[in-house]
Design a protein around this ligand. Structure first.
Ligand code: SF4
Length: 136
């Protein structure tokens, strides 16, 4: 059973200095979720405004995980630009999205050479399968 963030953090002395000043630590019980480095996006937007760029232009920034990944396994960019690296990667035959059948048009693509991995991304929830089996 996951036990993340159920207690107030006990930082070893000095460790609190490593917290990212652009990210607000959540209160106990709140599970963190990827927000595509919203703080970095804000900072990029402020830089663009300071440079006099119009507010309508998309801002250029890189999420921390994409910047830190040494193998560039994580790519980030504009899927609407067919020439961008993420758009090219998304068109790769090994790319897939989670639960694409729900038609929510998720913007995150994963990649696997293994067919079973791609299939399981669109598989029904095990509980749903059990209900179907019980019915029929
Ligand atoms: S580092 Fe990556 S996973 Fe974490 S919030 Fe930024 S984009 Fe999301």
């Amino acid at each position: 059973m996951p036990a993340f963030n159920w207690w107030d953090p006990a930082w070893p002395a000095g460790m609190e200095k490593t917290l990212n000043p652009d990210v607000t630590p959540r209160m106990r019980g709140v599970v963190e979720k990827c927000n595509f480095c919203h703080g970095r996006w804000h900072a990029a937007k402020q830089r663009a405004a300071a440079e006099g760029k119009p507010d309508t232009e998309p801002v250029q920034y890189l999420p921390a995980c994409a910047e830190a990944c040494p193998t560039k396994a994580i790519q980030f960019g504009d899927l609407n630009d067919p020439a961008s690296a993420p758009a090219v990667a998304a068109r790769n035959g090994n790319s897939f999205r989670m639960l694409e059948k729900l038609n929510t048009d998720p913007k995150i693509y994963y990649r696997s050479k293994r067919e079973w991995v791609r299939q399981i991304a669109n598989a029904p929830h095990p509980a749903d399968t059990r209900k179907e089996n019980l019915r029929g």
